[in-house]
Design a protein around this ligand. Structure first.
Ligand code: NI
Length: 180
């Protein structure tokens, strides 16, 4: 198992559309495990392949809260086949937008069809946190971030902060390299 590097916004790689997986073979199943390990390490409740620089339609999620037993889902080619008219607002964050949070409104309940880690087609209903996470991760496959659902003003404030954050991170990395 390997930990992968999570791309931080703004980055053009987070704005691209991911392509379908033809078949979930051993190498894709391994990649799903690496994604899950990376997500738990971060720690986060969801991760999409484009966030680690792989433009494939793969997401991993685990809505289990602290202390609850892990309940990971590994999904290739997820597709929303039904969504409720009823919507719900929820505070979202993203591993690619560290320390940024805002309220996003999405359909409350969804039905999702996907291919699992054994290349089997599955369909699940999701509501609550699981529904939010799946929709958030599926957005990444279209090059959409949660900030694309909020006002321009709030989005540009967040992006400005992240640009500054990345500059500081890069400077810290350079400094660490120079001092070893
Ligand atoms: Ni995200």
């Amino acid at each position: 198992m390997a930990l992968l590097e999570i791309i931080v916004a703004p980055d053009p790689r987070l704005k691209k559309k991911a392509v379908a997986v033809e078949r979930v073979d051993a190498s894709i199943a391994n990649f799903m495990d690496d994604m899950l390990a990376t997500m738990y390490d971060a720690p986060g409740v969801g991760l999409a392949a484009p966030q680690v620089g792989v433009l494939k339609r793969i997401i991993v999620v685990d809505p289990a809260r602290d202390g609850a037993p892990p309940s990971p889902l590994k999904m290739a080619n997820p597709e929303i086949v039904w969504k409720s008219d009823e919507t719900k607002q929820h505070e979202e964050g993203c591993l690619s937008l560290p320390e940024e949070y805002d309220q996003v409104t999405r359909p409350d309940k969804i039905k999702v069809r996907y291919v699992d880690e054994h290349n089997e087609i599955r369909t699940i209903y999701a509501d609550g946190l699981l529904s939010v996470i799946i929709q958030h991760e599926m957005d990444h496959l279209e090059g959409t971030l949660f900030v694309d659902h909020i006002s321009n003003l709030k989005r540009s404030m967040i992006m400005r902060r992240l640009t500054k954050y990345k500059k500081l991170e890069q400077a810290a990395k350079r400094h660490a390299l120079e001092t070893v």
